[in-house]
Structures are given as C-alpha cells and as structure tokens.
Design a protein around this ligand. Structure first.
Ligand code: CP
Length: 324
C-alpha cells in the first residue's frame, strides 16, 4: 500500500521516487480510469487550476494525453510549441515560464530536447512542473503508464521479468522503466546491440542480453523501443534491415518462446524495424492499453500535485475531495 506517501512539488523523474510514491500514483490512477469511459468525460476536480503544456519537441501521445487529462478534470489549459512562440525569437525557457507565471498559472508540463530541462525549470519557478520527457534522461509519466499496464496484467510486479529491447542508449523511456520496475520489485533485462546500450548499464542492476532470442526465452514482457534515429549522430547500426533481422520482434521469434509474452511499445513505432506489424497488432500486444492508461496516470499526477488526497481519488471522480 502507498500509505501516507506524497509526491511533493514536481514530478521530474522516477529515479528519486520511493516505491510508495510510485504505488501512490498507480493506485490513484486506478479509479480515475473510469472517467474516460463515460459519455460525458468530465469532472470538476481541477476547476480553477491553470496548466500550461510546453512542448518543445514533437509529440502525439504525451501532449494529447496530458491535454485530455487536464480537460477531463476541468483545468484551464494552454498548449505552446516552440514554433509560433517567442522561443523561436530566442526567448529563454526561464523567461517564457516566468512570463506565463506572471499570468498566474499553477502547473507546467514540459517536453524538451535537453536532459535536465524540467529540473532546471522546477528550481526556478513556483508552479508545479511535470516532466513530459527531457532529452535522453527520463519520461516519468510514460514509465508510470507502462507500470500500470503491466500491473493490470500481472497484478503485482514483484519478481516479474520485463526486458527492454532496442535503443536503450537514447531512450528516456528505458531509464524511467528501469527505475520504476526495479523499485516495484521486478527483474529487469535489457537487450540490444552493444552500440545502443549505455556503457555502465550493468551498474543499474539489470540483466544484459546480447541476443534477442535469449531475451525472449527469459522474459514475461518485452517493452520494445523505437530506434531513435533523430538522436543518433553516428552509424550505431549497419542498416534498419540488418537491425530488424537481428533484433526485430517478429511473430516467428515469439512463437519459439516458452510462454506467452506481453508486448509493450511506448510509440511511435517503426513497423518492420524494431517490431513487426503481426506482433504490434497481435493478441499479446497491450500497446493501445498503454495509451489508454496514460490519460488516467496523467490525471492522477495532476490531481496529486494539485494537493488532492489519494484516499479521496474515488470521490474525485465525482468532483469531491480534489480541492487543494
Ligand atoms: N510515448 C511518447 O512519448 O510518445 P510521443 O512522443 O508521441 O508523445
């Protein structure tokens, strides 16, 4: 149980969170899922809260998911991209945020290409800051929605074997998953070409697989990562075709597994590169469940940072108990 854990001012990463804090978010998200299944998907829980979404890097799932979470809880929201904002004229991140704060905002959700950008901002503004992905550092709400999706299927993560496959080197999703999974007692594996694994990966207490066949034999779930070609500054792999041949998650490979394996992918997918369509759309894929869970997880994070009491999340569905 999450007991009397609290989140604090910001959500910047899973590394500094305790297992109780992670469970707090997952337990709070659970009753909030139902709001998105209603005909009228709206509760007044965050009425009066103003949230600014600063997306300085491309995003579909995370940006839309945060916007839905905010709107479904009746927060007032504004979304800003670097193109079309004064960032494109050279305004600094802090100046942008301070000017927004002068308009009396409460929270900032930020996606940024530089690792540490969310923390940098959190140390300089009074509003709550939520990291929606910073460089190659962390993507904590993606990690939390992955944990919720796995917990939905496995009931508990204690002792479960989850392998992260692919471009771990450039992946903030991998880092958030490794921290979150380990804190909740899962065994974590990583698999990919050595050129796409961080040098000190062993120090994170994960099992390293050089062959995808061995990872598939070991794992109960695979979290398949996108090859982040836009972050690669050198020839990390011979070719996409070669990568798919050696590390691609294919139906043929999964059919040789000793058990059914749950398939996750944070998206966006490169079909036919890290994952084949047969697998992405197959019976063991929970990729769209991840996306659905993302809205509830983000609702929970917004609710908790706004001062909502976790034991009142059930009442918050009706708009009671969410008042800070
Ligand atoms: N998973 C994820 O962060 O997707 P987007 O880049 O589309 O937000």
């Amino acid at each position: 149980m999450s007991g009397r854990a609290r989140l604090g001012k910001d959500l910047l990463a899973l590394e500094p969170l305790t297992a109780d804090q992670i469970r707090l978010v997952l337990d709070t998200a659970e009753p909030l899922k139902e709001i998105s299944e209603r005909a009228i998907k709206k509760v007044p829980t965050l009425r009066g809260q103003t949230v600014v979404n600063l997306f300085f890097e491309a995003s579909t799932r995370t940006r839309v998911s945060f916007e839905f979470a905010e709107k479904r809880m009746s927060a007032d929201t504004v979304s800003i991209a670097s193109a079309g904002s004064s960032v494109s004229k050279g305004e600094t991140l802090v100046d942008t945020a301070r000017n927004l704060e002068a308009m009396r905002i409460d929270m900032v959700v930020i996606r940024h290409g530089s690792s540490g950008a969310a923390q940098f901002l959190a140390e300089r503004i009074q509003s709550n800051v939520i990291n929606a992905g910073d460089g190659t550092h962390e993507h904590p709400t993606q990690g939390l929605l992955d944990l919720l999706t796995l917990r939905d299927r496995f009931k508990t993560l204690e002792g479960r074997r989850v392998c992260i496959v692919g471009d771990v080197l450039h992946s903030r999703v991998a880092r958030s998953n490794i921290w979150g999974l380990k804190k909740l007692g899962a065994q974590v594996g990583v698999c990919g070409p050595r050129s796409l694994l961080p040098n000190a990966i062993d120090e994170l207490g994960v099992e390293v697989f050089d062959r995808v066949e061995a990872a598939i034999e070991w794992a109960e779930a695979l979290n398949v990562l996108r090859l982040q070609l836009e972050r690669m500054q050198a020839g990390y792999i011979p070719s996409l075709r070669e990568y798919n041949r050696v590390f691609g998650i294919t139906r043929e490979r999964l059919e040789r597994a000793p058990r059914d394996i749950l398939i996750l992918h944070p998206g966006p997918m490169n079909r036919g590169v890290e994952i084949d369509s047969d697998v992405a759309d197959g019976p063991h894929s929970v990729i769209l469940d991840q996306v659905t869970n993302g809205v509830a997880v983000r609702m929970a994070v917004l609710y908790l940072l706004a001062g909502g009491a976790p034991e009142l999340a059930e009442a918050a569905k009706k708009g009671r108990g969410g008042d800070a």
